[in-house]
Each structure stands twice: as C-alpha cells, then as structure tokens.
Design a binder for this molecule. Structure first.
Ligand code: SF4
Ligand code: SF4
Length: 97
C-alpha cells in the first residue's frame, strides 16, 4: 500500500489536527501547510550555508554556485532560516493562495 495520499492544504486542516509520524515529511507535501515563505535577497548572501544547516526540514540545498535553494514542496515556513541567516538576506513573507 502506498504511503502517499492527497495532503490537505493548511487551511483545510481541522483545528489542532495534524496526523504525522517520524519521517513523514518525505511522504507528505508539507509545503502545502505553509502560511509564510522565505524569500532570499541573494545580493547579500555570502554562501555560508547556515540556513541549509539549520533548516529542520532539510529542504535547503546548496547549488554549484554556492547559493542556497529551498525545495518549497517541503518548506513549512517555520522561519528558522531567516533567524539563522546572519546577513539578513532571508525575509519571511505571507504565503499567497
Ligand atoms: S522556513 Fe523553515 S522549513 Fe522553510 S526553508 Fe526556512 S528553515 Fe526550512
Ligand atoms: S545563511 Fe544567509 S548568507 Fe548564509 S547561505 Fe544562507 S542565505 Fe546565504
């Protein structure tokens, strides 16, 4: 039986109700639950990789040119990357439908 199933968007979740299990983000498109998203200003990025190291979803990869790239299918919009980026080049913005 496939573990993949249609994942509700965050606005469709019942209040206080999110059934998950360890490692389930690999099977659920958790990006659909996001209400905010990180936006990069790459001019200020020094390619240190701190945002990638601290992302709890492991969804920020470093590209060949050294710049980070987030997989928005799995980004939950927690804002940790913004908090950890010491150059201030990540800003959380409200997700648009
Ligand atoms: S907002 Fe959270 S989940 Fe999304 S890329 Fe940043 S640290 Fe990762
Ligand atoms: S933490 Fe900030 S400066 Fe460092 S790689 Fe990420 S975006 Fe660039």
């Amino acid at each position: 039986m496939s573990r993949q199933s249609p994942t509700p968007k965050w606005r469709e979740l019942a209040i206080g109700m999110a059934i998950t299990e360890p490692g389930s983000s690999r099977y659920n498109r958790t990006g659909d639950w996001r209400s905010n998203r990180p936006v990069w200003k790459f001019e200020a990025c020094v390619r240190c990789g701190m945002c990638s190291i601290f992302c709890p979803e492991g969804c920020i990869g470093m590209q060949k040119d050294g710049l980070p790239l987030a997989n928005m299918e799995y980004c939950k919009g927690c804002g940790i990357c913004e908090a950890e980026c010491w150059t201030g080049c990540i800003a959380m913005e409200e997700e648009k439908e």
